[in-house]
Design a protein. Structure first.
Length: 309
């Protein structure tokens, strides 16, 4: 089938134009999660402040009293109890949004508000995403280890050829990671479309299409950056009015006061900022995820009923 990197890049905008309520649904979902996160962080600010104070007091102390260590661990436990649920929640919401965007592209007649569901599709997306994330981490650690060895050899030998070899190893490793990322980039759309865990099936679909897919990824990244820059015109003033002063961070005690102001739910500007950021995030999700589903659709001919204009 015909696949155009440029056409796929703009699939997110076409999806939102076809179904504006999808953007509303994604924004509402993220807004609820964002407000809940603000609530959790605001509750954790007190214990976090105690952790910071106790850690600073223990700095340079070789054998701190057991009572102080116990108090520090207790404060850390309170921070975890208040914020520990945010990570699994973000994984679930991310899977819901990724699956929703894929459905919107591949099966635009699918039900659900904004194509949002919570079922086995989302479970499979979570599994695939976690496996790919772990694989990426392992490969990155291997690359860092290999580069470290090459640099060590280069420093020990002191020769120009050894330095060049270290650079080549680093570049080759980076190229390998990019190649794998591109070849595996359709794993989530395949998983949603075929309703099965498909981690390495992307290799067959992307065969012979590395460069167009890489171009699509680069163009998509540019679109996301443009959205981020333009949205900052609105979100930055709201963030400042909510009480956060980015240029003041790093000034010691004022850091905690600025952070507390930023997460104070009694401040209406904090709520307004959260909702505006939710809309921006929802649009970003559509623009970021839709091209991959469109690429799978165009390459394989799946979801042919989806309009492409």
């Amino acid at each position: 089938m015909s696949f155009s990197a440029t056409e796929a890049t703009f699939e997110g905008f076409r999806l939102v134009r076809r179904n504006p309520l999808a953007l509303v649904a994604w924004a509402l979902l993220y807004a609820v999660v964002s407000v809940a996160s603000l609530f959790a962080v605001s509750r954790a600010m007190g214990p976090l402040a105690r952790v910071t104070e106790m850690a600073e007091a223990m700095e340079g102390v070789t054998s701190p009293p057991q009572a102080d260590v116990a108090a520090l661990l207790q404060a850390l436990g309170e921070v975890f109890l208040n914020m520990g649920w945010l990570f699994p929640l973000s994984i679930v919401v991310g899977a819901m949004l990724a699956a929703a965007v894929a459905r919107g592209v591949l099966t635009p007649k699918a039900g659900g508000f904004g194509y949002l569901k919570l079922g086995m599709d989302e479970v499979r997306v979570i599994v695939v995403s976690l496996v790919l994330s772990l694989l990426s981490m392992v490969l990155l650690l291997v690359l860092i280890f290999a580069v470290g060895i090459a640099v060590g050899i280069a420093q020990a030998s002191g020769g120009g050829i050894a330095v060049l070899a270290a650079v080549v190893v680093g570049l080759a490793g980076a190229a390998l990671l990019i190649w794998l990322a591109v070849r595996l980039c359709l794993a989530v759309p395949i998983t949603v479309a075929e309703k099965r865990i498909a981690i390495f099936d992307s290799f067959a679909v992307t065969k012979g299409r590395f460069w167009p897919l890489l171009g699509m990824i680069i163009l998509t990244a540019v679109m996301v950056i443009i959205i981020g820059v333009l949205s900052s015109i609105i979100t930055m003033p709201l963030g400042m009015m909510s009480g956060l002063e980015p240029w003041s961070l790093g000034s010691g005690a004022s850091d905690m006061a600025a952070m507390q102001a930023r997460f104070d739910l009694s401040n209406p500007w904090v709520i307004a900022s959260a909702f505006v950021e939710a809309v921006v995030y929802a649009l970003t999700v559509g623009v970021l995820y839709a091209p991959f589903a469109a690429a799978y659709r165009d390459i394989t001919g799946s979801g042919a009923e989806a309009p492409t204009v």
